[in-house]
Write a new protein. Structure first.
Length: 129
């Protein structure tokens, strides 16, 4: 099981997503936990590295945990994504391994990873995407 934390940022019925260098699929911003990190520690570090903004962790709201086959991994390797919404300061811009960021609509869900597609469906059922 791959343990990841993701940031859910919604705007006008779209969700912020990122594409890493050398990848064709989009992924929700976030990443893997380092030893001793809490969910919000991980999220703050990853988002600063990937998108150059600071999360206001005191505004964080837990959205849920979602599990699916891990993209680009052998069959049977799953990823569990713990998702949070959170305000931020700064200007969003791709950094580090991020080649591009995009605002995706529900119709774009097939461009994203399997676990992200489950999250798209969840947000769609809530009327948010």
């Amino acid at each position: 099981m791959i343990d990841k934390v993701a940031w859910i940022e919604l705007l006008d019925g779209q969700i912020l997503s990122t594409r890493s260098h050398g990848r064709s699929r989009y992924y929700l911003p976030g990443g893997k936990r380092e030893a001793g990190e809490s969910d919000l520690d991980t999220l703050s570090r990853e988002i600063k590295e990937e998108l150059s903004v600071d999360l206001l962790t005191e505004t964080a709201a837990y959205l849920g945990a979602f599990t699916a086959q891990a993209d680009a991994s052998p069959t049977g390797v799953e990823v569990r994504m713990r998702c949070y919404e959170c305000s931020y300061t700064g200007q969003l811009q791709p950094a580090a391994e991020i080649a591009e960021m995009a605002w995706l609509r529900y119709a774009d869900r097939e461009l994203s990873s399997p676990v992200d597609q489950i999250i798209f469906d969840h947000l769609r059922r809530q009327g948010r995407l």
